[in-house]
Write a protein that binds this ligand. Structure first.
Ligand code: SF4
Length: 237
């Protein structure tokens, strides 16, 4: 009997250009699930993965596990869209199947869905993309304090920064986290500069200078490697 189906936008072998507990640049097999509950950056033409908003292609858990096995890759990145929209028995079966095969899983999720879901223990690194003001989606985010307390030291809270208002928002969250951390290390905050395009975006050097000047020593800079390697499009093969 099938363990269920998931709706998939694309499967491809690439490198993980984002922060995760295996490190940036690690080869990874991507499972991009279909559908998203947010619409970020509507004021700026929308996000860079609008193609994930559609219904996708239904695939069984067995088919997905076979594709991962065929790739031979020991790491999977589960992303979207918003992968946790499909939380439930099929996603849990996929996560447990990957763990049984010794595959490390990182999951990219958008900050609006709580990290308590079936199969969560099989995710080695949860990467929460906590939406800053420029996205227009900040109000959909979980309360920062509850999210921070629910995550561990292998997890990340990532802030994609388009401008200095986004930086100020993220800096406030980092300072808030200092009061929440207590004796536990907590998740790692990561700042991701949007690459400057047509005068928009935040230059990585300018961001680093601000982080150092503000003594945000717990922050990791997440320059999205795949956007440097493939500036015209993510590698999806
Ligand atoms: S959560 Fe991600 S996929 Fe969804 S609209 Fe925002 S940037 Fe796009």
């Amino acid at each position: 009997m099938s363990a269920g189906t998931l709706r998939v936008t694309s499967l491809f072998l690439s490198i993980d250009g984002e922060v995760n507990a295996c490190g940036q640049g690690v080869p990874s097999f991507f499972i991009r699930l279909a559908g998203c509950n947010l619409r970020c950056w509507q004021a700026f033409g929308g996000c860079d993965t609008v193609y994930s908003f559609g219904p996708g292609t239904p695939m069984t858990v067995e088919e997905l596990l076979a594709r991962v096995e065929a790739s031979g890759c020991p790491k999977v990145t589960l992303t979207g869209g918003e992968p946790l929209l499909q939380r439930g028995p099929a996603l849990a079966s996929l996560l447990r199947g990957l763990r049984e095969r010794g595959v490390f899983v990182s999951m990219e999720t958008n900050g609006s869905i709580a990290p308590e879901f079936d199969g969560r223990e099989c995710v080695g690194s949860l990467v929460y993309d906590y939406k800053c003001p420029s996205t227009g989606c900040t109000e959909a985010m979980l309360p920062f304090a509850s999210l921070f307390r629910a995550l561990g030291p292998s997890d990340y809270i990532k802030f994609v920064l388009r401008d200095l208002a986004d930086y100020a928002f993220a800096r406030e969250r980092v300072i808030e986290a200092r009061g929440l951390r207590g004796d536990a290390p907590g998740p790692v905050p990561a700042f991701s500069p949007m690459l400057p395009v047509a005068g928009n975006g935040l230059a990585p050097a300018a961001l680093v200078e601000r982080v150092l000047a503000d003594r945000l020593f717990e922050v990791r800079i997440n320059v999205q490697l795949h956007k440097y390697i493939w500036p015209d499009a993510d590698r999806e093969v």
